[in-house]
Design a binder for this molecule. Structure first.
Ligand code: CTP
Ligand code: MG
Length: 578
């Protein structure tokens, strides 16, 4: 079973703690079972005969047993809780590592919302079950079996009460649990649903407001919320039923013991003390059954959660790659596309079709093409965000799939089309590229990226805070910080995916001048819409609808390539007017 293997795998390091819990539970349960019989002895041998010495001595024994019981119970719960929390922590850690290792493909298949729920809420459910199991797994069966033995020892004539009440309780609670099972799975799915809607709405709140879509979006949220509420209410209804039913069984059992036991005492077949002890044992047994069923009740939900966690844990990254370096880390950065064909999963036709070109170190390659032509897809293949279906992407003649993730990220610096910054400070973001970078290195990178002035104008300079996603700086500032971040890393291959689009023409020009010096003999690949950005490139690759339709310098293409000329003309007319 998925749940068992998941838990056992994570419980392995805590064997000693679990053993301690078991031993403590054992002692505590035996002590609990001993108490009613001592009590019976006091009544039958002490009270009825007026033997005060016996009452005192047995009373002291009871007190000692009681203290032992309390101490061991506290110890058991303490170690149980620690173990369960530790297992939960390890599970979250492993989950995080797994998610971290997955490629964009698998992450896209799961989706962010469900990954967040699985990594938090689902782990929590499993952790709860572990806690319950540790608390009751030993005590419940011992309490049940031991309780029955002790009860029968007190008075075998009333034993039929045990055989009737225990199965009754078991069947009733078991039936309710059976009703609960499917509801728990629904509940987990609907938590995913509400997370996903909420996440999208918070991320897109500005767009929602701008298009006055609030009523529509509120309705969408309301529906998800209603759906979750409806299952929760169903679950609640069953619980509402469960407690009175359990209580009813307990009280009926008590009444029956007193009624039938009373008659037996009257007839002289049973002693008063035995009757009280029998009643206590019966209640202990029923309580144990109830706890056992509660534990069992948590299992279905935890099973669902465990399956959802295991689903992610069992996913292998489609881009496994070597974990240890098997190839020399490329030192030049010569990028070569060899007959590369790539399509997104589920798409009918490839986005890139038989792409071949080479970008030499020390030169700049520009990639142009209309929107949706496949430029970003092409760039993303170089740091291996995706793998091509056919053909190979090579750096210094080595396929990127044969390099480790660390090697790829040390060689390739990507400034993506959607620049993203992390919460922290400007400095902490820039040091993503290279943790050991000095402040001077950071300033140098900012100078090249044309970001020096605005960072200097910030109150705390490099230590100025950045919000999650970089939402507290402007689009152009974010682009420049991302460019600086790539520069700090000093990779062999620089990839700029439309990274100058938010800059004005003058800043763009200054940046490219500075960049030319900074990148030196590294390979530079630039995706850009603006002709002025790419005009000086050593090589321009024109992409249209996933195929290369032209390659050469600006001068060569402007005369010989229809697609390129159209792009140039559409922009020149605009710029001439401006
Ligand atoms: N595409 C897709 N799934 C993705 C990303 C893109 O199916 N996760 C498709 C898009 O629908 C598009 C094609 O892939 O038709 C190429 O996308 P892209 O490489 O992003 O195009 P760009 O040339 O980068 O377009 P732009 O200039 O707008 O950035
Ligand atoms: Mg793009």
């Amino acid at each position: 079973m998925v749940l068992v293997s998941l838990v056992l795998k994570h419980a392995a390091p805590y064997k000693a703690w679990i053993a301690a819990v078991f031993v403590l539970q054992l002692i505590s349960t035996i002590a609990s079972l001993y108490l009613p019989s001592l009590n019976a002895q006091i009544i039958d041998k002490g009270v009825s005969t007026g033997d005060t010495d016996f009452i005192w001595s047995t009373g002291m024994t009871m007190l000692t047993v009681c203290l032992v019981q309390v101490a061991t119970a506290i110890g058991a719960i303490y170690f149980g809780a620690r173990t369960a929390m530790a297992i939960g922590r390890d599970m979250r850690r492993d989950f995080y590592r797994k998610v971290d290792s997955l490629s964009a493909l698998e992450l896209g298949r799961f989706g962010t919302a469900t990954l967040i729920t699985r990594g938090t809420n689902d782990v929590q459910q499993v952790q709860m079950l572990v806690l319950m199991t540790l608390n009751f797994m030993v005590s419940t069966p011992i309490m049940c079996i031991g309780g029955i033995i002790m009860a029968l020892r007190e008075d075998a004539g009333l034993s039929w009460l045990v055989w009737v009440s225990v199965p009754t309780l078991f069947i009733i609670v078991g039936f309710l649990v059976y009703l609960l099972m499917p509801l728990f799975r629904q509940m987990q799915d609907r938590i995913d649903g509400i997370n996903s809607v909420l996440r999208e709405q918070i991320v897109g709140i500005r767009v929602v407001r701008a298009f006055v879509r609030e009523p529509f979006e509120s309705e969408r949220y309301r529906t998800s919320n209603e759906n979750l509420t409806r299952v929760s209410v169903k679950v609640g209804n069953i619980f509402v039923l469960m407690f009175p039913v359990i209580m009813m069984v307990l009280h009926l059992a008590t009444a029956a013991v007193l009624w039938f036991g009373g008659h037996r005492v009257d007839a002289g077949d049973m002693q008063i003390g035995s009757l009280t002890a029998f009643l206590q044992y019966l209640l202990q047994i029923l309580m144990a059954v109830m706890m056992g069923v509660f534990m069992v009740m948590m299992i279905p939900r935890a099973v669902v959660c465990a399956e959802r966690i295991a689903d992610v844990m069992g996913t292998e990254s489609s881009q496994a790659g070597p974990s240890e370096p098997t190839e020399e880390t490329p030192t030049h950065g010569r990028v070569e596309f060899r007959n590369v064909t790539f399509g997104y999963p589920g798409a009918e036709r490839p986005v890139l079709d038989n792409i071949s070109f080479t970008a030499e170190p020390g030169t700049t390659t520009a990639i142009v093409g209309s929107t949706g032509a496949g430029k970003t897809s092409l760039i993303n293949l170089i740091p291996r965000l995706y793998d091509p279906q056919a053909g190979e992407v090579l750096i210094d003649g080595v396929p990127v799939s044969r390099l480790t993730r660390d090697q790829v990220s040390s060689v390739v610096g990507l400034v993506s089309q959607k620049p993203y910054l992390f919460s922290g400070t400007i400095a902490s973001n820039l040091r993503f590229g290279r943790a050991s970078a000095t402040d001077d290195d950071l300033w140098q990178a900012l100078r090249i990226a044309q970001g020096e002035d605005f960072v200097k104008s910030k109150e705390k300079g490099l230590d100025d805070p950045i919000a999650q996603g970089g939402t507290n700086v402007s689009g152009g500032q974010r682009q420049r910080l991302c460019i600086a971040r790539a520069l700090v890393a000093t990779p062999r291959v620089y990839l700029f995916d439309d990274s100058f689009s938010a800059l004005d023409v003058a800043t763009d020009a200054r940046l490219r001048d500075a960049l030319g010096e900074a990148t030196g003999d590294a390979t530079v690949i630039i995706v850009a819409q603006r002709i002025s950005t790419i005009i000086g490139a050593d090589q321009i690759v024109v992409v249209d609808d996933g195929v290369i339709v032209g390659r050469g310098t600006h001068e060569e293409l402007v005369d010989g390539n229809e697609t390129y000329r159209q792009i140039v003309e559409s922009q020149l007319s605009v710029e001439e007017v401006a």
